[in-house]
Design a protein around this ligand. Structure first.
Ligand code: PNW
Length: 574
């Protein structure tokens, strides 16, 4: 539903308010509503109203004798109604990754750890990426579809083992692999779509895993640098935005601790993920340095995409505030602090001691400011609460020592069971801005949801519906009659949260919707659909969902109407 372009109503113009009560400020303001913008300006010297979280942080320490409460009539998460215009240079795009969409596993590509992991039956229903969306054969059609959706930028990843089947840069890169990515880039540029290229989205060549994978420092850092150099060399004339790694937290924790993702390593749970994480960081720094030293004349940017969900302290108690800080530092800070602040978060060193590897002075130097922009992937948010008594034992989760899944049961949930908490995106963007002040700004490199209408589950129950078959070569007209209102609602709320963060001075420069297509959702197989375009995995037919049409209008208008009150989500807000 589109709102008319009305002027903001009165309460919205006043904006969010808070009441300050307590001993000291009694004179001035017991239970008095004060416009947030005014108080914020006093507290933070900022010209615009910051979020509640930022205000709370600003007031900490001065707040001994007063309690800050927020009035409930907050338009959440937009700070106002009407049309939310984004800056003119804002980058709007869609995102995918190689293993999730390409298929064509046997066409010149060497095996990756995700081939091994999924063919061993570790993904739901025995799903694998062997065929996936067959994008390898359908990329031209897919780019036409992107054009029709007014997409300005496309984030995709290169499959390392499609270029280097053994992961080894001493061997010449595969002609077939080079041709595929070259044609993909040419077709994108011809369509006026800016490529944003991820070098590593989890599909490590199996041959490198056999040599120790992410646990083997010298081997992996050099191998990744060499692979990056090949990509810069062959594609850097056309690619100006590079992302070294996608979500190293997932590679480290899901790959080398819980074992939910490839390579499914579950030994040494008190050290392996820290060791893998350390080498992921060093590999990123190596690639960034190679670009700056050898390819600076290409004039591009090299960043990294980090994932985290915002954790909001469950109460104002010091233990819960501390729990929220720890949760952020053990997720985002683990990878962001060595890059932006010079070393691992203090609380990680205190909890882990020597189990967390250390950087040498030269490694610290190489990592510091090694990212030209801050790529942020964020999908959800949650509360953080201190456990009633400290956890026993050592291991990643014990080291954090936070009730990780503490939640509000009123929040809506996606098909992944992830809470829908739009304001958490605003908060995490403000946190990143505030804490890391990233040069080049912040790009939301992924945000989206698996939330399909009931009809989808019915369709997916047909025999074979979730077992992808290669495209038969018959061209069909793309239909566009699939309604996914919950995804439209999700995107509207989250885009308005991004807008709210920008209004409060977060330097957010772009937003990529995850995902362009329904695809191989890793351990979840094909049943969890994140696409703005529906894929019939039996015929490879694409159907534009209503969320695709919605985003096309946003991309074209460079903005959107703020969510109506009745479209906003229930549950705790901040
Ligand atoms: C990201 N978690 O994955 C990835 O970058 C995408 O490839 C993926 O399809 C998308 O988000 C949706 O899941 C994540 O458990 C997987 O916290 C798991 C988590 C986070 C991100």
């Amino acid at each position: 539903m589109e709102l008319p372009r009305t002027l903001p109503s009165r309460w919205q113009r006043i904006g969010p308010v808070l009441t300050v009560t307590g001993r000291e400020p009694r004179k001035s303001a017991p239970n008095t509503a004060i416009p947030l913008a005014f108080l914020a300006a006093v507290a933070t010297k900022a010209p615009l109203a910051p979020s509640r979280g930022a205000l709370r942080r600003a007031l900490r320490g001065r707040r001994r004798s007063c309690v800050v409460r927020f009035a409930e009539e907050w338009a959440e998460p937009a700070a106002r109604t009407g049309f939310l215009a984004f800056p003119e240079s804002f980058v709007f795009g869609v995102a995918t990754s190689a293993y999730q969409i390409e298929g064509a596993a046997a066409e010149g590509r060497g095996p990756s750890i995700w081939d091994t992991f999924s063919t061993a039956g570790h993904a739901k229903d025995g799903a694998t990426g062997e065929v996936a969306c067959d994008h390898y054969h359908l990329f031209k059609e897919d780019i036409r579809l992107m054009s029709s959706l007014k997409v300005k930028a496309y984030r995709f990843s290169i499959s390392w083992s499609r270029l280097l089947p053994n992961g080894d840069a001493a061997e010449p890169p595969s002609e077939e692999g080079l041709r595929f990515y070259s044609e993909l880039l040419d077709a994108l540029l011809q369509a006026g779509i800016e490529p944003w290229v991820t070098l590593y989205h989890w599909d490590l060549p199996e041959a490198l895993h056999a040599k120790g994978g992410w646990l083997s420092k010298e081997m992996i850092v050099k191998a990744f640098g060499d692979y990056a150099r090949i990509c810069f060399h062959h594609f850097g004339d056309r690619v100006k935005y590079w992302i070294t790694l996608n979500e190293p937290w997932c590679s480290a924790v899901l790959g080398y601790n819980t074992g939910d993702h490839a390579p499914g390593y579950t030994e040494e749970t008190d050290t392996a993920c820290y060791v893998a994480g350390h080498h992921l960081l060093l590999a990123h720094a190596e690639a960034a340095q190679i670009y700056r030293e050898e390819f600076a004349q290409q004039g591009g940017e090299v960043g990294i995409s980090l994932n985290a969900d915002w954790r909001q302290a469950d109460s104002e108690r010091e233990e819960d505030l501390e729990a929220a800080r720890r949760a952020m530092e053990f997720s985002l800070g683990w990878f962001a602090e060595p890059i932006y602040l010079g070393d691992y978060p203090k609380c990680m060193r205190e909890s882990c001691g020597d189990r967390l590897p250390s950087f040498s002075a030269s490694e610290k130097k190489k990592l510091f400011q090694s990212s030209d922009f801050f790529g942020l992937n964020s999908y959800s948010g949650n509360m953080a609460k201190a456990p009633p008594r400290p956890f026993e034992g050592t291991g990643y989760w014990e080291d954090i020592g936070v009730e990780w899944w503490h939640t509000d049961h009123q929040w809506a949930r996606t098909d992944m069971d992830w809470p829908v908490v739009p304001w958490s995106l605003r908060e995490i963007l403000l946190y990143v801005q505030d804490r890391y002040k990233p040069m080049g700004g912040i790009i939301v490199t992924e945000n989206g949801c698996a939330c399909e209408p009931d009809i989808s589950a019915e369709l997916d129950e047909r025999p074979g519906a979730l077992l992808p078959r290669p495209w038969d070569g018959v061209r069909r007209a793309t239909s566009s009659d699939f309604e996914d209102p919950e995804r439209v609602r999700f995107f509207r709320a989250h885009l308005s949260a991004v807008h709210a963060a920008i209004e409060r001075k977060a330097q957010v420069k772009g937003y990529f919707a995850w995902s362009f297509l329904d695809n191989f959702e890793w351990a979840e197989g094909y049943g969890k659909r994140f696409g703005i375009v529906r894929v019939d995995f039996q015929t490879q037919e694409r159907t534009i969902k209503s969320s695709g049409h919605f985003l096309a209008r946003v991309f074209e208008a460079n903005g959107l109407e703020a969510p109506a009150k009745e479209e906003q989500y229930p549950g705790r807000t901040f």
